[in-house]
Design a protein around this ligand. Structure first.
Ligand code: SF4
Length: 262
């Protein structure tokens, strides 16, 4: 039988969801040297034209290409399944994880997210959401140690062009939760689409609500012009002093794959 991704989704991943109480849409987790983990949820309600998770890899970008290829093969042949809340907690507990970044994909779409966050809290593991913010609610914010809230564009027409969705609900949620002190804003510098002018508008919007908030400006993975991004960061800092990008010094040790086993 020829296994296609769709066949496998139906036969293994989705069916397990029907059978299993407490089954999440988590299919991948890695642990970094410092004790943090990145946990990936399958699926997203938006369809960003530059989405790394959709267009480049569904696995941690910090893994070597060879490992990601092996994982791709395992995914195509049905050897990756969704994990239950208990399985995820056990996995992270055994690996002595201190903070679990919950992203993907979009974690807030998972009906088991809050149960997972509560269970992680009980084990002393801090849950940190990485989200587009559209479905964020009071309980999620309450349970989260923090949330990286991605603003793709402030201009609604541009937002629809990038993501296929309006930004009204996400922006409303940003305003609602900015005062909790738990949000870190993030945006992506996309040449020809989200350039510095739009990022300055985003920064002005954030500064009008929370001038001390951090804003992470990610260079687009598929075609990085770091110099242009750094010039932009300098401009944005005049509006929002805590704007920056992730800076990596030297070579990065790849994380340990906690699931699936390779
Ligand atoms: S919101 Fe994030 S995960 Fe969803 S499509 Fe956009 S970049 Fe990808």
């Amino acid at each position: 039988m020829l296994f296609t991704s769709t066949t496998v989704d139906f036969l293994s991943r989705a069916n397990l969801n029907l059978l299993g109480v407490g089954m999440t849409r988590i299919y991948h987790a890695v642990r970094f040297k410092g004790g943090t983990a990145y946990v990936l949820f399958d699926g997203c309600n938006w369809n960003c034209s530059f989405c790394v998770w959709r267009k480049v890899t569904r696995w941690s970008l910090c893994l070597p290409l060879e490992t990601r290829r092996k994982l791709d093969y395992m995914w195509r042949t049905g050897r990756v399944r969704y994990l239950s809340v208990n399985e995820v907690v056990d996995l992270l507990k055994k690996a002595r994880v201190t903070t679990a970044f919950l992203g993907g994909g979009e974690p807030t779409l998972d009906p088991e997210l809050k149960a997972l966050m509560r269970a992680l809290r009980r084990e002393g593991i801090k849950p940190w959401l990485v989200t587009n913010g559209e479905n964020l609610d009071d309980e999620m914010v309450e349970l989260a140690e923090g949330a990286t809230f991605s603003i793709k564009a402030l201009d609604d027409e541009l937002h629809r062009r990038i993501t296929g969705a309006p930004n009204g609900k996400a922006i409303k949620n940003f305003r609602r939760y900015a005062g909790t002190g738990k949000l870190v804003a993030e945006t992506v510098f996309v040449p020809g689409l989200v350039e510095c002018g739009e990022i300055e508008r985003i920064a002005r919007f954030i500064a009008s609500i929370s001038p001390e908030m951090r804003l992470r400006i990610d260079p687009l993975v598929q075609g990085v012009d770091i110099e242009k991004v750094d010039e932009c960061i300098e401009r944005v800092r005049e509006i929002l002093p805590k704007a920056d990008r992730i800076r990596v010094k030297g070579s990065v040790e790849p994380p340990e794959v906690l699931y699936p086993e390779v």
